[in-house]
Ligand binder design. Structure first.
Ligand SMILES: O=C(O)CCC(=O)C(=O)O
Ligand SMILES: [Fe+2]
Length: 241
């Protein structure tokens, strides 16, 4: 991956509208970041799927009832662009996560650097990297789920669409559900273009109601790919047991 350098993500963070991002996360539990990666970066990342040396494991989703399609978890060291995004996004998202925990009366607070947070995960036996590359063909889908890998859970995560809808594939929408206390669930579709990211709640998030704050349970997945091939990369901030 010669043309993705360590500084691949420098300059991205200042251009992000954090106010809108925080607003969308508070309102919907998800926020879209348009154009996080350019087409070349998307293609380079998707091309890594063929290189088994870069991964610690491969999951065939149908074998576990997770859906249909497959994914691979990167091994450490992560590809430079994945490592850069995971480190750079952690700090601003930790501020948001701390605010959410305060709102939900959860005592856990997240340290200001990802290195410190990983120390916490590793000390608890969560040492395996969780960033992953996903691969779907026609008819594949990803059932609604939560990416929990142990006691330590960083409550926000990011997915970047690496293929172009309408050209590389049809269908395959990124979907989220919100399970509200004593109410019916609400679904969201996040329309993504190639290179767009979505940041979203891993499991619980606070929702401001008429009579105080509720805890809302989120799940995410991908609707059926109607044609073509869809790649995405997932960046999860906690490590796995
Ligand atoms: O393929 C997608 O858009 C969803 C991937 C996913 O489940 C994840 O990144 O955790
Ligand atoms: Fe996921």
């Amino acid at each position: 991956m010669q043309h993705i350098h360590d500084n691949a993500c420098e300059g991205i963070l200042p251009s992000i509208d954090w106010t809108t991002l925080a607003h969308d996360l508070d309102q919907f539990g998800a926020a879209r970041l348009p154009g996080l990666l350019d087409v070349d970066a998307c293609r380079s990342l998707a091309a890594l799927y063929a290189d088994d040396h870069l991964f610690r494991s491969r999951v065939v989703m149908a074998r576990h009832g997770f859906g249909q399609g497959e994914y691979k978890y990167f091994a450490y060291p992560l590809p430079a662009v994945v490592q850069a995004l995971r480190t750079a996004f952690y700090a601003p998202l930790a501020d948001m996560a701390n605010r959410w925990n305060q709102a939900m009366d959860i005592a856990v607070r997240y340290p200001h650097t990802h290195a410190h947070y990983l120390q916490r995960c590793h000390a608890a036996g969560q040492r395996r990297p969780t960033p992953l590359l996903l691969h779907y063909d026609e008819g594949d889908y990803n059932c609604l789920h939560q990416d929990l890998y142990g006691e330590h859970v960083f409550p926000l995560q990011m997915t970047i669409l690496l293929s172009q809808p309408g050209k590389d594939f049809e269908g395959g929408e990124f979907v989220l559900t919100e399970q509200r206390p004593r109410m019916q669930s609400r679904a969201h579709v996040v329309p993504l273009q190639q290179g767009d990211a979505v940041i979203f709640a891993v499991h619980d998030r606070p929702m401001q109601g008429a009579r105080g704050v509720h805890r809302v349970t989120m799940r995410h997945g991908v609707s059926r790919i109607r044609a073509g091939r869809r790649y995405s990369v997932g960046i999860i901030f906690h490590d796995a047991k």
